[in-house]
Design a protein around this ligand. Structure first.
Ligand code: GFB
Length: 312
């Protein structure tokens, strides 16, 4: 699909991932439309129907989601399930009814079973229940995959589904209670360095592992899949680099110039024990390879935080 002069509706387009995707789409010559969440409640079918029937986009990239780190997921399971399931249900269905030529759904690695063999292969996606702290969110997003495959089977509707790993980068959310691990630890280490705090608390035991993908790499994969992936099978989007939370915290402490001690608070949840994806399908089908090494991306994100969020 040639995106030049193509009208693309990007839900969540003003968000952390959305801004990176919109910049890339515009660089491809696409006409990008971003419905602001304050003006359009995508949980309501009539709002989505009016939006799509008025705008008649050729492409819909559905990024709008209610997301947060492990803490936020544990506090808001009902909200995370309902809001994400409702938005996906209506945006995908109304895209089909409006004759959209391509629907791109962005899901989450949280949809995988809690104990998936590493590296996660798409073929293992249904071999168990997700890790309980983010199961409502992960399953709400997984239903979008079921809906996409059902609409492809019954209506030949070209809907695709991507499964990115944990994203990070400039413009992330640095709230200490609802943020993800990388922005939360960056803020903790920078502020502890400024205050001279002797210790910084890291949640959990430090033993879980994660795979992190820079938001710019994720945007590259989403736009490349929009252009050239048209298959009902989900596609992992990741870097393939697994790192333990302890090693990540030590790396971030060093990069933030923090010289105090780390304290691991085991009363906080570890979440999924291991995460690392097999990125073969993305490499073979859309030629995607993550380009930004974690250390370089972390340095860039720390600099962004200090220049923007860390002004206080
Ligand atoms: O990034 P995170 O909050 O979410 O936590 P998930 C990742 C790991 O980092 C967990 C540990 O083991 C946390 O215990 N961690 C250590 C911390 N210190 C901190 C801290 O200060 N803050 C946070 N937040 N974590 C997410 C889902 O799961 O995966 C999202 O919550 C999304 O919805 C994302 O789906 C892909 O990686 O466990």
């Amino acid at each position: 699909m040639d995106l030049e002069s193509t009208t693309c509706l990007v839900t969540g387009g003003s968000g952390f991932l959305g801004r990176a995707v919109c910049r890339l789409l515009e660089s491809r010559g696409a006409t990008v439309i971003v419905p602001r969440s304050r003006d359009h409640d995508l949980r309501r079918r009539e709002v989505v129907e009016r939006l799509l029937s008025e705008l008649r986009p050729r492409v819909v990239i559905h990024l709008a989601a209610v997301v947060g780190g492990i803490g936020a997921n544990r506090r808001n399971p009902a909200t995370y399930f309902y809001d994400n399931a409702a938005m996906a249900l209506h945006v995908l269905d109304e895209s089909y009814r409006a004759g959209v030529a391509k629907f791109v759904g962005v899901g989450t690695i949280c949809s995988y079973p809690k104990f998936t063999p590493v590296p996660f292969r798409e073929s293992d996606l249904w071999n168990g229940y997700p890790e309980e702290t983010n199961a409502p969110y992960g399953l709400a997003k997984k239903m979008m995959l079921v809906q996409a495959q059902a609409y492809r089977a019954q209506h030949q509707f070209p809907a695709i589904m991507l499964l990115p790993t944990n994203l990070y980068g400039p413009g992330d959310h640095f709230d200490l209670e609802s943020g993800h691990v990388i922005p939360s630890l960056i803020r903790k280490f920078v502020e502890a360095r400024r205050r001279g705090d002797p210790t910084v608390t890291v949640w959990g035991t430090g033993t879980p592992t994660r795979e992190f993908l820079h938001v710019s790499d994720a945007a590259e994969a989403i736009v490349a899949a929009t252009e050239s992936y048209d298959d009902g099978e989900p596609m992992n989007v990741g870097s393939g680099d697994e790192i333990s939370i302890r090693a990540l915290a030590e790396l971030l402490s060093d990069l933030c110039g923090y010289r105090g001690a780390l304290v691991f608070d085991a009363s906080r949840p570890d979440g999924q024990p291991r995460r690392c994806v097999d990125a073969t399908r993305a490499r073979e089908r859309i030629g995607f390879r993550a380009r930004i090494p974690l250390r370089d991306g972390l340095i860039e994100t720390i600099r962004w935080f200090e220049e923007n969020e860390g002004r206080r």
